[in-house]
Ligand binder design. Structure first.
Ligand code: HAM
Length: 425
């Protein structure tokens, strides 16, 4: 029986990987320009980090973690997200001793035991950003603008940036009280998950996707109505800055993120056309998280985007570059002696960083020309017995269908020039 990949995972194959590379390069260049540095943390962490950091009332920690005991009986978890790990590194590696704010980004696989469907995987990839050590609204605005700018550069259309403020712990206590009073009237008619949320973390009821619960809780008190003056000023200033930066946002007072660490600003970016899993990015402020995991009081804000979802949106809007053949030329050497001579030529070209290939299967001229065509190669360099005897090489332009013969001695110079002209064009 053929062994298949684990459910909810994917192979990223040649032909597709170029799209990822294009996206990753775009991310790296935006991060460089905004002054963010890359951080790489381990794929697995001690389980307690997520229990304390992300919160054990959340679905992510309660239901979706890949947790296992290693041979030393330690409980470890494949990271379901990157924020807790970055904060752990900040504390453990004493990054707070350096210049603040610290502006970091990461790219990599995350793991959640969810029900796989289109746009939802068990192993997926996030690009995330975290800023530690700065509490002003301008930081929130910079982080949201970075997301907006990246999507503009990629050419994504139909975006909605939803923003909300979930307040500070004081606002939350007041909100939780009035919300519970409101929910008491309809508690028995809520879905099972929401009845459980009512007990453990009532604010999450506002975020239920069940249309029936949604209707029942229409008119429920929102956090925005309960904000203290500091949180309210923060939210207003953020909006002024987003307007100044030209970010097309919308206040969504029911936006409650699925992780426990958020305070004040919360946001999500939605693209409707990719179906049910339309949230391509989510983030917010988490001013208590570093302290929660044993570090000094440190404000923080960040986001993460699901790379598969962004790529799906780009694909459906036809915004991904068509990947052409990356090879400039393919050497078709016929016979052992020609192969030796040809190998010397392509070695020289490769050392000059010119992408040339050579047949590795001993195929016929016809088969090799077909392969060159499939690879999207520009030039076939044909070196048969006849050419070898004359010490020449046939250069066939596969795009124009023309060919000419030059001496082998001139081939290197002529091909290098052709390549550089092509690059300049
Ligand atoms: P999150 O909302 O859980 O936030 O995930 C961020 C994004 O990751 C989602 O908007 C979605 O695009 C993608 N994503 C999540 N789960 C899956 C899945 N199973 N399959 C495919 N894509 C998925 C966080 O992870 C926070 N750490 C974000 C953050 C950073 N907040 C502050 N800093």
């Amino acid at each position: 029986m053929v062994i298949q990949r684990a459910k909810g995972t994917q192979d990223i194959l040649p032909g597709n990987i170029e799209k990822w590379q294009y996206f990753e390069e775009m991310i790296r260049s935006v991060c460089r320009e905004y002054g963010y540095e890359e951080i790489r943390t381990p794929i697995f962490e001690v389980t307690e980090l997520f229990q304390r950091g992300v919160g054990d009332t959340t679905d992510v920690v309660n239901k979706e973690m890949y947790t296992f005991l290693d041979k030393g009986e330690r409980s470890l978890t494949l990271r379901p997200e990157g924020t807790a790990s970055v904060c752990r590194a900040y504390v453990e590696d004493k990054l707070y001793a350096g210049a603040l704010p610290l502006k970091l980004y990461y790219l990599g696989p995350m793991f959640r035991y969810e029900r796989p469907q289109s746009g939802r995987f068990r192993q997926f990839h996030q690009f995330g950003v975290e800023v530690l050590g700065a509490n002003k609204p301008i930081v929130d605005a910079e982080v949201i603008s970075l997301v907006w700018d990246l999507y503009q550069r990629l050419g994504l259309n139909g975006l909605k940036v939803h923003i909300n403020s979930v307040g500070c712990p004081n606002c939350r206590i007041r909100h939780s009280q009035v919300l519970k009073e409101f929910l008491l009237q309809c508690r028995d008619n809520l879905c099972r998950d929401c009845r459980e949320r009512f007990e453990r973390n009532p604010i999450r009821v506002l975020d239920c996707k069940n249309p029936y619960c949604w209707e029942l809780t229409d008119g429920a008190p929102t956090t925005l109505e309960m904000l203290c003056s500091e949180c309210s000023n923060h939210f207003n200033e953020l909006q002024d800055l987003l307007k100044a930066a030209g970010v097309n946002y919308k206040v969504n007072s029911r936006l409650v993120r699925g992780l426990d660490y958020y305070r004040k600003t919360a946001f999500e970016v939605i693209v409707e056309e990719i179906g049910a899993q339309s949230a391509i990015c989510g983030g917010g402020r988490y001013d208590g998280l570093v302290q929660e995991i044993g570090g000094p009081p440190t404000p923080g804000i960040g986001f993460a985007m699901g790379m598969e979802r962004v790529l799906a949106a780009l694909e459906s809007q036809k915004k991904l570059p068509v990947s052409g053949g990356s090879r400039f030329a393919l050497l078709i050497a016929l016979g052992e002696e020609a192969q030796g001579e040809g190998f010397a030529l392509i070695s020289k070209l490769r050392q000059a960083k010119i992408p040339v290939g050579i047949d590795l299967l001993g195929r016929s001229l016809k088969a090799q020309l077909k392969a060159a065509d499939r690879l999207g190669v520009n030039y076939a360099l044909i070196l048969g017995e006849e050419e070898l005897r004359k010490q020449t090489l046939i250069i066939r332009d596969l795009k124009l269908g023309e060919q000419y013969e030059i001496s082998l001695a001139q081939a290197y110079v002529s091909l290098s020039r052709k390549f550089r002209e092509g690059v300049r064009r």
